[in-house]
Design a protein around this ligand. Structure first.
Ligand SMILES: Cc1cc2nc3c(=O)[nH]c(=O)nc-3n(C[C@H](O)[C@H](O)[C@H](O)COP(=O)(O)OP(=O)(O)OC[C@H]3O[C@@H](n4cnc5c(N)ncnc54)[C@H](O)[C@@H]3O)c2cc1C
Ligand code: SF4
Length: 450
């Protein structure tokens, strides 16, 4: 298999024997703390119990009925701080708070069961009787897909409007393909399409009140889940520098047919990634896999304050990434043709805690320096597009342009319009967007019954 092929494929998951062996470790807890800890209510205690007693189809049903993106969540959920953190098989105690054993691999079992259903062409849902009510879903990321599927299961006619050429949101254009590949997404999409959900791609909702007008154009309710697709930048005027990428551009280029073009830019070069979160980790690991000469991670706080998961950070260090901590990027150095030559940085020290509870980095006067680099990838956060409030001018938003909703229903301030996913929470998780989609679908059904 070529390097490019390896990059584009996920590694294999568990097989049946491994999944059953793992399920056999379940202590069958009465209070099912793992299920309590799943944001989307995927009911891990139930599907693990069923697998343990060799009811494989029942286990698959439990997952898919409760989480239409059960496969994606099995692969992508940071389980060590969700369901697996609560697993009693860890035998946590006062003396051993880290646990005397390891948790059951809940995410891996979940992934296995969903893949097994595809291998066996197992059909979970009967096609429902079509109802007259029509719902528009804006955005085909996990939030939109989850809401659409929940409604379609009950026969509502759902149309998903998607700005990009293909559906999937971050699953299609964000997460690197060696963590979540196209084939896996295609299977998960087939399960949703089989429910009768209609997709209209290359159909961005835009312009003044574009989203609100859907209510006058034949739809009885609208679910807004456009995610966050504008990239924050340390210097917005630097956008057209040759060698500078936003994480959004870089990661989507790797997945939308421009792989070779990006590979050429990275291979053998010095690459600096700015940021300390999980998206920055995807950027650095992919640069290592694309055979960059040196990869630097630049972060203005300390190692312990990085928002990325501990295992992601350790993996990055193991891959040979150089962590340049306590450094704040200020500006780019370019030649007269606007090609990137370097990054101007200033060293920082940690001061008193800020609003986030973490110690605030402050620049150390006189400590500026220039780092030579061929490529910089900015991974400092995704934000709502500048013009997004125009699409729904009567929907209340906050100062970050995130939509305000009733957390119990996903209802916005405008009757008939609901919202969820990253456009409500800010950058969050696949499983949380799935949960929002489920919650809003239940509220939309209630709204349409009145
Ligand atoms: C690189 C990256 C890696 C990540 N890795 C993980 C991970 O490993 N695990 C995890 O749990 N979470 C991860 N996340 C976070 C997770 O992907 C998001 O929280 C989740 O995708 C949010 O779902 P969503 O439906 O709100 O939005 P999105 O997935 O962003 O989907 C929104 C969709 O709406 C479309 N859209 C936008 N505007 C319009 C418009 N005007 N009209 C029509 N369509 C529109 C977009 O094109 C997009 O397809 C990652 C995020 C990124 C960026
Ligand atoms: S959806 Fe995610 S958090 Fe929930 S049980 Fe599955 S792997 Fe755990």
């Amino acid at each position: 298999m070529s390097n490019a092929e390896k990059f584009k494929r996920m590694s294999r998951g568990l097989d049946l024997a491994q999944a059953v062996a793992e399920a056999d470790r379940c202590l069958l807890c009465h209070d099912a703390p793992c299920s309590e800890a799943c944001p989307a209510d995927t009911k891990p205690a139930e599907f693990i119990r069923k697998l343990r007693f060799k009811n494989v189809t029942g286990a698959i049903r439990t997952i898919k009925e409760n989480n239409i993106l059960g496969g994606a969540c099995g692969v992508l959920c940071p389980t060590s701080r969700l369901c697996e953190e609560k697993c009693s098989a860890m035998f946590k105690s006062q003396d051993r708070p880290e646990g005397a054993d390891h948790p059951i691999q809940i995410g891996a079992i979940q992934r296995f069961l969903v893949e097994h259903s595809w291998d066996r062409d197992f059909i979970v849902f009967e096609k429902p009787t079509v109802r007259p009510e029509k719902v528009a879903v804006v955005g085909s990321g996990p939030g939109g897909l989850s809401c659409a599927a929940e409604l379609a299961k009950d026969g509502y006619q759902v149309t998903v409007l998607e700005a990009k050429p293909e559906p999937g949101g971050v699953l299609r254009y964000g997460v690197v393909s060696y963590r979540f590949d196209m084939d896996f997404l295609a299977h998960e999409m087939d399960d949703i399409k089989a429910l009768g959900v209609q997709f209209q791609c290359n159909s961005a909702v835009s312009g003044k009140a574009g989203a609100e007008e859907l209510m006058q154009n034949g739809f009885d309710a609208v679910f807004l889940a456009p995610g966050l697709w504008a990239a924050a930048s340390i210097k917005s005027t630097g956008r057209d520098i040759d060698g500078l990428f936003s994480s959004v551009d870089y990661l989507s280029a790797l997945r939308d047919g421009r792989f070779e073009e990006v590979e050429k830019k990275i291979q053998g070069k010095t690459v600096a990634v700015i940021g300390g979160g999980s998206v920055a980790m995807d950027c650095i690991e992919s640069a290592v896999r694309l055979e960059a000469k040196d990869v630097y991670l630049i972060y203005r706080r300390s190692y312990c304050q990085m928002p990325a998961e501990a295992d992601e950070r350790i993996e990055a260090l193991d891959c040979g990434v150089h962590f340049l901590l306590l450094n704040q990027p200020l500006d780019y150095v370019t030649d007269d043709q606007n090609r990137l030559l370097g990054l101007r940085l200033v060293r920082t020290r940690l001061a008193e805690p800020d609003g986030s509870g973490r110690r605030r980095p402050e620049n150390i006067e006189g400590s500026e320096w220039i780092m030579d680099t061929d490529v910089v990838i900015e991974a400092i956060g995704n934000i709502a597009p500048e013009d997004s409030p125009q699409w729904y001018p009567n929907v209340n938003i906050d100062d970050k342009k995130l939509i305000k909703v009733d957390p119990a229903t996903g209802k916005t301030s405008l009757d008939g319009i609901f919202a969820g996913g990253d456009i409500v929470r800010g950058p969050a998780l696949v499983v949380q967007a799935v949960a929002d989609g489920k919650l809003a679908a239940a509220a939309i059904k209630e709204y349409l019954r009145k």
